[in-house]
Design a protein around this ligand. Structure first.
Ligand SMILES: NC(=O)c1ccc[n+]([C@@H]2O[C@H](COP(=O)([O-])OP(=O)(O)OC[C@H]3O[C@@H](n4cnc5c(N)ncnc54)[C@H](O)[C@@H]3O)[C@@H](O)[C@H]2O)c1
Length: 380
């Protein structure tokens, strides 16, 4: 078995989700590579030290440049905020490391293009963590669409609703709240939440040709945690957009952090000529499926509990009927990345695949400013 020595950058939400995945993947999947938890990197020595101990990393670095200079690191995983993705990924590629990077790939398409160029010039394996693709019910949706079960697709409808920034006293910036700081995040719900919806949509239904968007910033000023001053809020708190896919289907996308009562309500529904499917993150193991070909008297929405051995990924886990959860999507992503290395068929989304989502986000934010339909830049 080949070893793959991991250098993890960031020890927050995603640092934990990914570390869990890297530790577990070899217990459940048959792989050619064994992950070695080689180093964890963060700026606070005490905090990253505690993280390394808890998750079993052998060593610690407090500067990502030192991590990249080490010869005993093969794979770098970027779990830091969006403003540092570009610099770290480009440097990691130049150092010849494989790079996995959290979503969104970057703050905008221009940054994303530099990252794609860097990994492709260096020829290093790369991947972006759009993990929702690898929730078994979502992967099953992909299989059904690819098999033609839906026929021609007419409609795509996606939402990602949260409610955690309604309080105007919530500051922006710094640890935990960098998502409210446009300089760090790049955008608000568009890059943070809609990017997930867009990635899934591109994967399931192909490219998006043009968009027409509106955004709103409900709380215009917030105290900034790093400067201590009240500063203008630059992110979009909410965004809704219409889209036309290249295959002719129509779409609506909506995201907000002001939908009181919703914590992470990611849903999509797809209506085709023969069938429709619907999925809801709050009930992530179920795929709703309506098939017009069913006998008329029995026709209705089926709720498929995606836990059988022949469902995507499920044969690797427990016995039929037993559910897995959110964290398993990350385990599946590592498994697919390693399978891609073994077979020389890179698992998607690569940096280049994820650039397409960035182009859609750019067009959405542009359209919100121009109040016009905007074309999405074509991915080369
Ligand atoms: N795939 C998903 O569903 C998902 C979910 C949440 C976050 N994300 C993405 O993951 C990334 C991290 O988000 P998070 O929620 O884990 O954030 P977080 O705030 O919980 O953690 C960020 C970590 O990065 C570290 N960090 C910041 N600047 C750094 C630097 N210069 N060098 C080294 N470490 C640095 C912080 O100390 C912290 O440990 C973001 O790009 C975010 O968009 C993806």
């Amino acid at each position: 078995m080949k070893t793959l020595r991991l250098g993890m950058i960031g020890y927050g939400f995603m640092g934990r989700a990914h570390s869990n995945a890297f530790r577990k993947v070899g217990n459940f999947f048959d792989l050619d590579h064994q992950i070695v938890m080689q180093a964890a990197c963060g700026r606070d020595a005490a905090k990253v030290g505690a993280f390394a101990q808890r998750w079993g990393y052998a060593t610690v670095e407090t500067d990502w440049r030192k991590l990249l200079a080490r010869e005993d690191i093969d794979l770098v995983d970027i779990c830091a905020p969006n403003d540092v993705h570009l610099e770290i990924a480009v440097a990691a590629a130049k150092a010849g490391k494989m790079v996995m990077c959290e979503k969104p790939l970057a703050r905008d398409g221009r940054e994303g293009e530099k990252m794609v160029k860097a990994v492709e010039q260096a020829g290093v394996p790369n991947m972006v963590w759009y993990n929702y693709r690898r929730i078994p019910a979502v992967t099953l949706a992909k299989q059904l669409i690819d098999q033609g079960k839906l026929g021609r697709i007419f409609h795509y409808r996606a939402k990602f609703l949260q409610d955690w920034t309604i309080n105007p006293e919530l500051p922006q910036g710094g640890a935990g709240l960098w998502r409210l700081d446009a300089k760090v995040a790049g955008s608000g719900v568009t890059g943070d939440l809609l990017a997930h919806c867009i990635d899934t949509a591109l994967w399931l239904n192909g490219s998006i040709a043009k968009v027409n968007a509106m955004t709103e910033t409900f709380v215009k000023e917030r105290k900034h945690n790093l400067t201590g001053k009240v500063e203008k809020v630059g992110i979009d708190d909410a965004c809704a957009f219409l889209a036309r896919f290249s295959n002719g289907s129509l779409a609506t996308f909506e995201s907000t952090r002001y939908a009181r009562g919703h914590k992470a309500l990611y849903t999509f529904e797809i209506n085709g000529e023969h069938a429709s499917i619907a999925w809801d993150l709050h009930d992530l193991h179920r795929l709703q499926f309506f098939d017009h070909k069913d006998e008329g008297r029995l026709r209705g929405w089926r709720s498929i509990h995606v836990t059988d051995g022949d469902h995507p990924y499920m044969g690797k886990w427990w016995v039929p009927g037993l559910a897995i959860g959110y964290e398993h999507s990350f385990v599946h992503q590592v498994a697919d990345f390693l399978e891609g290395l073994a077979t020389d068929k890179p698992a998607s989304p690569t940096f280049r695949d994820a650039l397409e989502t960035q182009y859609v986000c750019d067009a959405v934010l542009k359209s919100a400013k121009t109040a016009k339909w905007e074309k999405v830049k074509a991915l080369k």
